[in-house]
Design a protein around this ligand. Structure first.
Ligand code: IFM
Length: 486
């Protein structure tokens, strides 16, 4: 049809809706250290995040997870909030030092009992539990023994996976091994803006490998201990990397960041080998002899789905000298979390930003999902995190009005829906986060929750976005137009 004869597309009615597939999972997500508190109760020992947050100067305002949202005591109220929201699933993490203090030996029953109670309450309310084994809280004793740069930490992790699966496998069907291993390896051991705060690029690469190995061993342990209908996965914060221009140099910068952000994990996990270009880019740092024969193949275990966390795209260009990585959105440090990519500059993408300074760009979500589908066509995807921090407050009428979050969620859910229409197999979406919580190096200064938390009292107040998301979760639809526009 030529332009001249083409009929104008009718504008969608403002009341029209995008309908998600039947069976699509709607959930919310949290992580143990960010919400539980009770840092020294019932046998829990320090994790690397306890140590790090108690080290002066590491976390904004000297905040720690000692009390956090006190979820350890308020879990019943928090499950009730989810039931009110009408979500069908809850993604949470198990605290390794609560279940297996020191990272060795038998499980502590009181720690397990906490999760048994939580899961029973979720099931009672018809909410499917989705358990993550590791969301960054390595027992401090394992760090003292070398941490993730040491191979034996992967063995310890598989033992812990068995303890967790033996205790909870009768009631938790969906399991994730690691959350965002990129952050554990490269922010924890490279730039040092996350626990344990080490700044050694080779240690970061070793950590990445041992996290891959730990994942493979843990999937084997989970499958051995769980019923055959259990589902296992891993969650990656897949970076959607865009070159600033189409020049060969900028495209090569994007390739380098893609290698050390994404393919360092998807290579072994999904292809059973490390990408040749990553090995080349980092050859001046290490010969990768810490990778033993069979390791990458072991890391490649069958997955029931891939968990994808997306917040914002990454915009890069070539730089003639060693470039500042401080605008990469991952916190300020004199040390780079990008081994093999020193001459890459990071740029702030155009447009609005969240309170984290991260660009609001739903097209990054759409492009990322299409790319993952192209690269791994048979792998179902679940958005295990997406959301935004804004400077929320309770207004004098007692309400928390957060139109920017509603707009962000609407834009990103529209992107997910468009990706599904384009043929991408996306099975679910988990809003980060259920509650405002401890945002790592930013302490309590950044609020990602659908529910506002008043930290001095622990009082929870659902924000306007909670009401909006509740409607989405209950109906499985979103409006075609941004509900906050006009
Ligand atoms: O709060 C974190 C979460 O722990 C991991 N993914 C990103 C979130 C926002 O920074």
């Amino acid at each position: 049809m030529t332009t001249a004869t083409r009929q104008a597309e009718p504008e969608p009615a403002a009341s029209a809706a995008r309908v998600f597939p039947t069976g699509f999972t709607w959930g919310t997500a949290t992580a143990a250290y960010q919400i539980e508190g009770a840092a020294t109760l019932d046998g829990r020992t320090p994790s690397i995040w306890d140590t790090y947050s108690h080290t002066p100067g590491k976390v904004r305002n000297g905040d720690t997870g000692d009390v956090a949202c006190d979820h350890y005591h308020r879990w019943r109220e928090d499950v009730a909030l989810m039931a009110d929201l009408g979500v069908g699933a809850y993604r949470f993490s198990l605290s390794w030092p609560r279940i297996q203090p020191t990272g060795r030996g038998p499980a502590v029953q009181k720690g397990l009992d906490f999760y048994r109670r939580l899961v029973d309450e979720l099931l009672e309310k018809g909410i499917q539990p989705v358990a993550t084994l590791y969301h960054w809280d390595l027992p401090q004793e394992l760090e003292d023994a070398g941490g993730w740069p040491e191979r034996r930490t992967a063995d310890r992790f598989a033992e812990y996976a068995t303890l967790a699966a033996d205790a909870l496998g009768d009631r938790v069907q969906t399991w994730t091994t690691l959350n965002e291993p990129w952050c554990s390896a490269f922010l924890g051991y490279g730039s040092g803006v996350h626990a344990p705060g080490r700044t050694d690029q080779v240690a970061a690469l070793r950590a990445a490998h041992h996290l891959n190995l730990a994942h493979g061993k843990a999937v084997q342990a989970l499958r051995a201990a769980l019923p055959s209908d259990a589902r296992t996965s891993i969650t990656l914060n897949v970076h959607h990397v865009r070159p600033l221009t189409d020049s060969a140099a900028d495209r090569d910068a994007a390739r380098r960041i893609d290698a050390v952000a994404n393919r360092v994990f998807t290579g072994p996990l999904l292809h059973g080998e490390y990408p040749a270009d990553l090995l080349r880019d980092t050859a001046h740092l290490t010969d990768w002899s810490f990778v033993r024969d069979g390791d990458a193949a072991l890391a490649k275990q069958p997955l029931d789905f891939l968990g994808v966390n997306y917040y914002s795209p990454t915009l890069v260009s070539a730089a003639s000298e060693e470039a500042s990585h401080n605008s990469d959105g991952h916190g300020k440090s004199a040390y780079s979390p990008w081994p093999g990519a020193d001459q890459v500059a990071f740029h702030q993408p155009p447009g609005a930003t969240t309170a984290m300074g991260w660009a609001v760009d739903p097209s990054g979500m759409y492009d990322l999902l299409l790319r993952l589908h192209t690269d791994f066509p048979d792998l179902p995807l679940i958005i295990t995190e997406n959301g935004a921090a804004f400077d929320d407050y309770v207004d004098p009428s007692g309400e928390v009005r957060d139109p920017d979050r509603i707009s962000y969620l609407h834009g990103h859910l529209t992107a997910v829906h468009r990706a599904i229409e384009a043929g991408v197999d996306v099975r679910g979406y988990f809003l980060w986060s259920l509650l405002d919580n401890f945002e790592w190096g930013y302490g309590y200064s950044k609020r990602f929750g659908a529910v506002y938390v008043d930290y001095p009292t622990g009082k929870r107040t659902p924000k306007a976005s909670a009401g909006w998301y509740s409607e989405v979760a209950r109906t499985g639809t979103i409006p075609v137009t941004d509900p906050t526009a006009g």
